[in-house]
Each structure stands twice: as C-alpha cells, then as structure tokens.
Design a protein around this ligand. Structure first.
Ligand SMILES: [Zn+2]
Length: 302
C-alpha cells in the first residue's frame, strides 16, 4: 500500500488507505456518539417536562417542543421512553457493581447465561429501546432485556448482538405480558360525548373533538398576549398603548370569539355526524352555528 495517501483508485479497490481508515474511524466515532446521546437527550427532555422548566416562556411542554426545537411531542415521547428503558435495564443489570460482589451476595451459583458486569451490554439504540418498551410495561423490562441478552447471537468477540427484531422475538415467546399497543386512533370507548352531552359515534367527529385542547391552549395564549399588552401600556413607552386600550380590548375579544367559534362543540343535529351541507361536511358544529339551529331540531332541553 505504498503511496496510499496519494492513490486515486482506493475508492474502486476494496482496501482502504491509511487516511481513509482514519476518516472512517472518525466518522464512526461521530455516529457512536450520536447513538449514545439519545439517552441523554431523552433524560434532558424528561427533566424539562417533569419540572416544567419550560414554564417561563411557554404555555405547555408541547408548545415548548415545537417553538424551541421544532420537535413533535411524539418524538420527544420516544426519546423519553428510550431513556426510561435504558435506565431501567441498566439499573437492573447491576450498574457499576462487580461480579464478585454479586456472586458473594447470592447463595446460588450464577446462571450459565450470566454475563460479567464488565461486558454487560447496554441498550445501543432507540429501535432496541422502543422494542423493549413495547415488550413489557415499566418495571418489568429488565426481565425481557435479560432474556434478550441471554439468547442473543454473539459477534466475533463473543459480545451479544441485540437487535430490535431479537427483542421482539424474545417478547413473543416470553411469559411477560406485552404492554398494550398504543392505539393509533381513538377507540369507540374513548370517543366520549360532545359539549351538549351526546355520545360521539363517528371517528372523524371523535378526532375533531380530541383537538379541542388546542383551542383552549390558543385562548390561554390570547390571555397571555393581552397581559403583555397591558403591561406594556403601563411602561415608559405605554402612552399610546394606554390610549388605545379600549380598541385593543375589542380586538382581543374578537380574536377570542374567532377561536371559540371555530372549536368543535356539538354533533351536527341535521346529519347526526354523517356529514352534510349544514355542517360543512364536518359532522359537527361550533357553538355559534349550533345555537342558531332551531331548538326543536337540536332536540336538547336547553
Ligand atoms: Zn351535518
């Protein structure tokens, strides 16, 4: 491999030049670091969520995620679950404890499949963490993990290669009750009632009503906005703002109304949710539209 550094045909031939090898090593370091950090990121997010550290500038954790990181709540949840799994599995694996002490503590000989603490495998990536999370509920994951480690195929160095697929296989054959799969859409039982107490019968209506908290959050934002403006009006630069206060309040009121009268309120009394011209093909109506429907048509006692 003389002159490998200046060689131009290393890309075609199979072997790597010294500098290529160094580059590969560096690139892989970056990847390894990145794979390791999913746990750290998950932990950081969990801390911010649990202690509501976002509260100064953001209404909710969800708002914080989108506004600060452009991250969807479901993504944060994945990372937090991954961190939870990694911690549960690692604390059960004996943490930094030494094999000798572990053996001394136990009257029984260590099981054949026991792996020395030094080489005890950790959850390497998110896919594996998610597979463990799906396989068993919180508090029972170490069991699945232990079985996965014990039965995993070994690599050339004798280290178990634990993949998500392997964890799934172990979970399928294990006695641990699998955690219920998260529903991708609301089930009928969870559909609940509209704001006038009618049970929701259609999935598209249920989906719309599930979004109602977003309208509430938006209204909370409007209140916050209002507060900011009132504070501004009291500041050194607030002269004109204070003079326009009445106008401002009128505008805020119409914004509030626009939000409120866009939110799902009642199942459409004309089509009972099937979608029709009267409900703009939604199956439901906002409050103001619903209140304009003749009372005998609405059929409610109000
Ligand atoms: Zn309708």
């Amino acid at each position: 491999m003389s002159g490998a550094i200046t060689s131009t045909n290393t890309a075609e031939s199979g072997s790597l030049s010294t500098s290529d090898r160094a580059d590969l090593h560096e690139d892989e370091q970056v990847i390894a670091e990145g794979l390791k950090t999913f746990v750290e990121v998950g932990r950081a997010l969990r801390d911010i969520r649990d202690r509501r550290l976002y509260r100064e500038a953001h209404e909710t954790f969800e708002d914080y995620l989108t506004e600060r990181w452009g991250m969807h709540h479901s993504r944060a949840k994945q990372l937090i679950v991954a961190a939870d799994v990694e911690e549960e599995v690692n604390s059960a694996a004996g943490g930094a404890g030494e094999t000798a002490t572990m053996v001394a503590k136990s009257a029984l000989p260590p099981p054949k499949t026991a792996i020395p603490t030094k080489t005890k495998p950790t959850v390497q990536n998110e896919r594996v963490a998610r597979a463990v999370a799906a396989a068993a509920p919180k508090g029972q994951r170490a069991d699945v993990w232990g079985k996965a480690v014990a039965t995993a195929p070994k690599d050339a160095q004798g280290k178990p290669k634990i993949t998500a697929a392997h964890v799934q296989k172990v979970a399928a054959t294990s006695t641990v009750a699998p955690a219920p799969a998260p529903a991708t859409h609301p089930t009928r039982i969870e559909w609940g009632k509209d704001q006038v107490g009618r049970p929701i019968q259609h999935e598209h209506v249920a989906r719309a009503f599930l979004e109602r908290p977003r309208f509430a959050r938006l209204l909370a934002r409007v209140s916050q906005l209002n507060k900011f403006f009132e504070e501004l009006a009291k500041s050194a630069a607030g002269g004109y703002a204070a003079g326009n206060m009445q106008d401002w309040r009128g505008r805020v009121a119409s914004v509030r109304e626009a939000v409120r009268f866009a939110a799902p309120y009642a199942i459409c009394p004309h089509c009972s949710g099937d979608k029709c011209y009267e409900c703009r093909n939604q199956g439901w109506m906002p409050e103001d539209v619903y209140k304009r429907v003749p009372a005998d048509m609405r059929g409610d006692a109000k």
